[in-house]
Design a protein around this ligand. Structure first.
Ligand code: NIG
Ligand code: FE
Length: 412
């Protein structure tokens, strides 16, 4: 099956295969071709170039993209799309003056979602999560990481990971699964952290590994949640089963968790609303991708990740949605990109790099996703007619996506 896209006004994020991420000043460069073609063969990008070099072939399908932009699908490397019910009451409580922390201390927050999750059947959780996944596909996401972490029991965590596995089986989007048993301490373990960590390591992890339900491991390294030492235990245990770490860290406080993550060769450190000079230093020349979640900052009114400071220091940065019922009930990566430009002062070039190639790196798939590269997956966003790609973050409330292609096939 061949699909030929012709007359593309601008083909964005064209890269050689050896570029796995972009850092520092290189983030400001978004390589593109104007008046281009792109050839898809089966589920891969087979060729692309200027229209004057367009192959004279009779493809099975031809799409005229006159006036439109084409870019790789968003790679959303941090979500909690699988959950039961929602938490709109907490949203109203925050409007009325309570903080995220105060709500959590009253039994709300993560434990509220864990209660709902454990009371809901696997089938019902699947049906609720499927709707969210299908929504983000329409919004241009072509690869997504999904975490467990609302079970906090052996059965609950396995149930979530099985739902993720089933979502992956039934949808064309690429999905990576992350085990987040260390998301919060269940009430009965509040005074006995070691016992819950033992449960994670001795009961949950072996079963998850046996059923091959996770690609990565995560922990919420934060004051009042998992300490740096506890997070290190989780990272070490995951590594024994071949699960690399992607860690929630520096959301509310800086407790030197980033240094521990770099020491354990974490694939990514995520949130980073509070970042110290030492954190930046330790990330330099590491393999660990910093990931910012601007929709979370927006929704719960906390600081934005200091992108300018980090990029100026030469670091790479990825952008992800954090789609979850508590801090970010949205998986719209178009909004993430726009918010990064508007609130974090990232340029559109930097934000698109962060939400495609660097996002792919942050979930270990940059060899196959995140750029327009021969041999990579044909996961594409075709925009409506635009003046320039700057319109994508500029018109932040508009849907500028006309069509989505996943694995070479048209979705919308
Ligand atoms: O990434 N910070 C930790 N976890 C989620 C929120 C969890 C929740 O409130 O349900 C986050 O923001
Ligand atoms: Fe998160």
């Amino acid at each position: 099956m061949q699909t030929l896209l012709i007359n593309i006004k601008e083909l964005l994020q064209v890269r050689e295969a050896n570029i796995e991420k972009v850092s520092g000043a290189a983030m400001a460069v978004l390589p593109s071709l104007k008046n281009a073609f792109l050839l898809i063969e089966n589920d891969e990008i087979a060729d692309f170039g200027l229209m004057e070099n367009c192959p004279k072939i009779k493809a099975d399908k031809t799409i005229d993209a006159k006036g439109k932009m084409i870019l790789p699908s968003w790679c959303d490397s941090h979500t909690h799309i699988v959950y039961a019910g929602n938490r709109e009451q907490e949203f109203v409580d925050r409007i009325n003056g309570l903080t995220y922390e105060e709500i959590a201390n009253r039994g709300g927050g993560i434990l509220n979602s864990a209660k709902k999750l454990n009371e809901t059947s696997e089938e019902e959780i699947y049906n609720q999560s499927k709707k969210r996944l299908e929504e983000v596909i329409q919004q241009g996401t072509g690869a997504v990481e999904i975490k467990s972490g609302y079970g906090l029991t052996v059965e609950g965590e396995l149930k979530m990971l099985r739902v993720i596995q089933k979502l992956a089986k039934n949808h064309p989007i690429t999905i990576k699964a992350t085990f987040l048993g260390a998301h919060a301490f269940p009430t009965e373990y509040k005074e006995n952290h070691a016992a819950y960590i033992d449960l994670i390591i001795n009961e949950m992890l072996p079963k998850i590994a046996e059923e091959k339900l996770a690609d990565y491991i995560d922990a919420f390294c934060e004051t009042g949640y998992f300490s740096v030492a506890e997070t290190e235990r989780i990272m070490q245990a995951g590594a024994k089963y071949g699960l690399r770490s992607k860690i929630h860290v520096n959301q509310f406080t800086a407790i030197n968790g980033i240094a521990a993550c770099v020491k354990h060769k974490a694939l990514s450190v995520d949130h980073l609303e509070i970042v110290t000079d030492e954190d930046i230093e330790v990330l330099k020349n590491s393999e660990t991708m910093p990931v910012a979640l601007p929709s979370c900052s927006y929704f719960i009114s906390i600081p934005y990740t200091p992108a300018r400071k980090m990029i100026s220091a030469g670091l790479p940065l990825a952008l992800a949605s954090d789609f979850n019922p508590g801090t970010t009930p949205s998986g719209n990566m178009n909004f993430v990109v726009a918010t990064a430009c508007i609130k974090m002062k990232m340029t559109p070039e930097e934000a698109i790099n962060a939400a495609t190639l660097n996002g792919a790196y942050a979930m270990g798939i940059s060899a196959t996703h995140g750029s327009i590269t021969v041999g990579k997956k044909a996961n594409l966003i075709i925009t409506k007619e635009l003046n320039s790609f700057y319109e994508l973050p500029y018109a932040f409330g508009s849907n500028l996506i006309e069509q989505v292609i996943l694995n070479g096939e048209s979705i919308s």
